[in-house]
Design a protein around this ligand. Structure first.
Ligand code: UGA
Length: 439
């Protein structure tokens, strides 16, 4: 049988999941409580920048298999499988995650569930949440035992969301009975047919796999950035160090790029929520190292500002700074906890005149930080600059011609915050080139 699916919450994760499931041939309803978002999606307009996703959305709508609603009743009547995809942001002034959106979904959906169905949690949550939500579902659903919860964490990366959803590395499913596996094997049939491993486990393990994965990735990035600090002190070159490490297959080169460190809506808040949850469970000692991972990461931003100030001659007063990049990483317009904007704002607060350019994140940046200056191109942002900072490694910046850029700046000084440029080429063009962790 072909199951009918709903996706509850149409942010990054939900919009991607809904469009991809429709592309796989399922009938899908996407639900969001925000009527403006629903209207835009229903009109085929994607509110975020994600390569390939808008096309999938439009194809889904045109095929008649995909539509969007704000009605929980409609979703409940329609769906055999309901995917929960709402966000779990960091609470204000606390490390813990705010899981109120998840509770709201369950409280809104459950009273309408009058027939057999599966509810699949995909959001990143503190361990223990699934069991609590399962109890709540059982209490609030008229269909009682016929409604079952399973946990299926999502590992997609922004910028590669479609590919990661259609061809995941692995599928993890946390269950308390055998039924969800049978259903989900059919829903994810195309992925399983490609040989994608399926790991069936209990709720808490499934929840932990996700935060453990993000904690590992964050640790790997902060490890190489800690090495960058030592390299700076020892006049060594962290880029060569990282390259040499990468050939050891046990270490591997991915997520070993030294630079400005991690940002975004996931890694920073997930490691903090993980520490907070471990504390509640009495296992805080096990994760004290994540405090250091976080601290190393934040120090990179401060070091970037220091290096820029050094090149500016000791002070930002009267200094024009051209900033290349606003998104937290390339191929995304997401500026949540963006290291690039953090640095830009900090320099402005210290008296610098900052002009930012980003290929797709400019509107978001302008909305969040109206006091910063903005340019319409890399050349415009760099115009008259005493120092240029590369803070997000967009291909467009890697491809910049140092000669052309050199013609518009006030001084040929650049700090490569992502170790993305070829130092020799830039130095040969007369630039004073500096990078984090390199001589
Ligand atoms: C991350 C994880 O990679 C996904 O597997 C996970 O599903 C997702 O969080 C999530 O929890 O939803 P994402 O936030 O899209 O994905 O971005 P990443 O590609 O992981 O990059 C995170 C940050 O690390 C970026 O700011 C990037 O610039 C930085 N980074 C990455 C480095 O500084 N060095 C590296 O070597 C790699």
């Amino acid at each position: 049988m072909s199951y009918r699916l709903t996706v509850l919450g149409t942010g990054y994760l939900g919009a991607t999941h809904a469009a991809c499931m429709a592309a796989l041939g399922f009938e899908v309803i996407g639900l969001d409580v925000d009527p403006v978002k629903v209207a835009r999606l229903q009109a085929g307009e994607l509110p975020i920048h994600e390569p390939g996703l808008e096309e999938l959305l439009q194809q889904g709508l045109a095929s008649g298999r995909l539509r969007f609603t704000t009605s929980y009743q409609e979703a409940a009547e329609f769906g055999d499988v309901h995917f929960i995809c709402v966000g779990t942001p960091q609470k204000k002034g606390e490390y813990a995650a705010d899981i109120s959106y998840l509770d709201a979904v369950v409280e809104s959906l459950a009273p309408h569930l009058t027939r057999e169905c599966l509810v699949i949690g995909k959001s990143t949550v503190p361990v223990g949440t699934a069991q609590r939500l399962a109890d709540k579902l059982a209490r609030l659903s008229p269909a009682g035992d016929l409604v079952e919860l399973a946990w299926n964490p999502e590992f997609l990366r922004e910028g590669f969301a479609v590919r990661d959803t259609m061809h995941p590395d692995r599928i993890v499913l946390g269950v308390v009975s055998e039924k969800p596996e049978k259903v989900m094997r059919e829903v994810y049939e195309s992925m399983l047919a490609e040989g994608t491993p399926l790991i069936i486990t209990d709720y808490p393990t499934a929840e932990l796999v996700k935060v453990a994965a993000n904690a590992f990735l964050a640790t790997k990035i902060s490890f190489i950035n800690a090495m960058a600090e030592v390299c700076e002190a020892a006049h060594a070159d962290v880029k060569d160090l990282s390259l040499a490490l990468s050939f050891d297959e046990r270490i591997g080169g991915r997520f070993l790029n030294p630079g400005l460190g991690f940002g975004g809506g996931c890694l920073p808040k997930d490691i903090r929520a993980f520490m907070a949850r471990a504390g509640e469970l009495g296992a805080d000692q096990a994760l004290t190292f994540l405090r250091e991972v976080d601290a190393i990461n934040m120090r990179r931003r401060a070091r970037m500002v220091d290096l820029a100030r050094e090149l500016a001659g000791g002070s930002f007063r009267g200094c024009t700074v051209g900033v290349l990049g606003a998104a937290f990483k390339p191929n995304s317009d997401d500026i949540r906890d963006s290291p690039a904007l953090d640095v830009a704002v900090n320099i402005r607060e210290q008296g610098g005149k900052v002009t930012v350019y980003d290929p797709v994140a400019l509107d978001n940046a302008r909305m969040a930080h109206p006091a910063l200056g903005y340019g319409r191109s890399a050349l415009e942002a760099a115009k008259g600059a005493h120092v240029v900072l590369l803070l997000t490694e967009w291909q467009e910046f890697i491809d910049l011609d140092p000669e052309k850029l050199g013609e518009v700046v006030a001084a040929r000084k650049i700090v490569d915050g992502r170790n993305a440029l070829d130092a020799e080429t830039w130095r040969a063009a007369g630039w004073h080139y500096r990078a984090l962790g390199r001589p």
